[in-house]
Design a protein around this ligand. Structure first.
Ligand code: BES
Ligand code: MG
Ligand code: ZN
Length: 495
């Protein structure tokens, strides 16, 4: 979708195809609606009254051929009680508007809704939210469909505010972020017979042709062995699809320490020999959503040319059962030297991540953030709209929380500093077990990772509940938490 801005204040001079304007409860008009009502000699008010459209959220009407108004169609959207408009209601209003436009055949719509006054939300964030909701609602995954359908209406934001800089910055940021989200969704929605670890590495390589600040290094199985990432290797052993680690370097700052973003990229998680039940096993193609989020975020950063250094890692691997697969009972020496007794081959995410968390020490990172669909326990704890956040540094976790509140891409911090969690990871034979039984599963997984992150500031984001959502009871990737991550990085450049 392209977003244009224009300064037409009142549509009575130029011929427009269509406009969308607000109405508040009860029959209260905004400036623009009032003006159009005046020009049309109360035509608007009369029709609204006739149809009992008082301005409640969910109410709407399309009017054609309005007297004295040079505009073919006017969509009037109910916005509820004027001074009670908040962020969630505004999102609902944008959502309703897009759903109506989806069913209409408008070529272009002049959008007068970014002007709404919303409690505790300024114009910049109103525009950011608006574009996020529009993009979220019009996203379609057409690649494997015979009949491909697209949302065709062009949207033109009408600048009624004096400061048009805000519009342009907000649109610039939102466009880059939503491009990243789309790239991540398109990658994550691919079936696991196409999106293999090798495919992930090819997508990473391709970034270098598009962005000049990006270079990519691929670590293949030979080098994974050579480096000594035995935990990573163990997980990959049951699959004929070999592991590939993509190291994407974005460099646009001479001085600063890099920020490492590490994404779990299990392209299919069958559970391995600790096989998962077959119900919904297909959803485990989404076990690479952490890697997809990192891949998407790097697009956003490169589009915005943010003056920072990022090392973005896609940890590609497949977890399958096979005679060659790693087993429960195996003991593995990780790259760090810490030994791990495998108690469950389905707790594979932490095994591929722990070796990379050791490997990246050499970059002397300022912050390390890993993003992973790590535990079903996180879904039980926080549900489908809030990602889990666990960190070894308060400054970093607070920055992440700030970005999450700003973008409404929510996270909730869980504690990882209690000895009782670590006690659950004790093994009779090795330094750690990979899977503790039962309680606080999201936290114990993070505690496992924290054993490998002692040398830097680290945060872990468990997106098991938020990486995908359901349309008609069927899963589709969400692109989360790209909005939050991008905002965190934008904020990094503004201090
Ligand atoms: N990829 C899964 C976690 C997951 C489950 C993500 C459901 C999204 C939805 C992870 O590899 C896994 O299998 N975790 C196990 C850990 C357990 C064996 C300690 C789990 O959560 O059951
Ligand atoms: Mg698993
Ligand atoms: Zn997994």
């Amino acid at each position: 979708m392209e977003y244009i801005t224009d300064k037409i204040i009142f549509p009575n001079k130029i011929l427009l195809d269509s406009i969308v304007i607000p109405i508040y409860e009860t029959y209260k008009f905004s400036k623009i609606t009032k003006k159009i009502n005046q020009i049309s000699n109360n035509y608007i008010l009369n029709i609204l009254k006739e149809n009992n459209i008082q301005g409640k959220i969910n109410q709407s009407i399309i009017l054609y051929n309005i007297p004295n108004v040079l505009c073919k169609k006017i969509l009037i959207i109910g916005c509820g009680i004027q001074n009670k408009l908040n962020r969630n209601k505004n999102k609902l209003i944008v959502c309703n508007t897009i759903n109506i436009l989806k069913k209409s055949s408008f070529k272009e719509i002049n959008w007068y809704l970014t002007d709404l006054k919303i409690n505790n939300l300024d114009l910049y964030w109103n525009i950011r939210d608006t574009i996020d909701i529009i993009e979220h609602n019009i996203y379609k995954y057409n690649r494997f469909k015979k009949n491909k359908t697209y949302f065709k209406t062009k949207i033109k934001f009408i600048i009624t505010n004096t400061n048009d800089n805000i519009y342009h910055t907000a649109i610039k940021h939102s466009k880059a972020i939503n491009l990243g989200i789309k790239k991540a969704k398109d990658l994550a929605n691919l079936p696991p017979n196409i999106c293999t670890p090798k495919y992930l590495s090819k997508k990473a390589k391709k970034l270098t042709t598009k962005y000049k600040n990006i270079s990519v290094k691929i670590i293949n199985i030979k080098n994974i062995k050579k480096i000594g990432m035995n935990a990573y290797l163990a997980v990959s052993k049951g699959s004929k699809n070999k592991p590939f680690i993509s190291i994407i370097k974005y460099q646009n700052n001479n001085k600063s320490q890099p920020i490492v973003l590490l994404g779990k990229g299990i392209t299919f998680d069958s559970g391995g020999l600790s096989l998962k039940p077959s119900t919904n096993m297909g959803e485990m193609k989404y076990d690479m959503c952490g890697a997809a989020a990192v891949y998407g975020t790097i697009h956003t950063i490169a589009e915005l040319k943010l003056p920072i250094n990022i090392i973005a890692i896609l940890a590609g691997c497949e977890n399958m059962p096979d005679s060659n697969a790693y087993r429960p009972g195996d003991i593995i020496k990780t790259l760090s030297g810490i030994t791990v007794e495998i108690t469950n081959t389905d707790a594979e995410g932490r095994l591929i991540l722990c070796d990379i968390l050791t490997y990246i020490e050499k970059y002397n990172p300022k912050y390390v953030i890993d993003i992973a669909t790590l535990t079903g326990a996180c879904v039980i704890a926080l549900g489908n709209n809030i990602s889990g956040l666990m960190a070894n540094n308060k400054i970093l976790s607070n920055k992440i929380i700030k970005a999450s509140l700003e973008t409404d891409d929510r996270v909730w911090e869980l504690p990882i500093d209690d000895i009782s969690y670590f006690n659950q990871l004790k093994s009779n034979f090795a330094d750690l077990i990979n899977s503790s039984s039962g309680i606080a599963g999201a936290i114990t997984a993070a505690c496992f990772l924290s054993k490998f992150t002692k040398k830097y500031n680290w945060a872990h984001i468990d997106i098991a509940g938020t990486a995908w959502y359901y349309i008609n009871n069927k899963a589709i990737a969400s692109g989360r938490p790209i909005n939050m991550l991008s905002q965190f990085l934008i904020n990094q450049t503004q201090i």
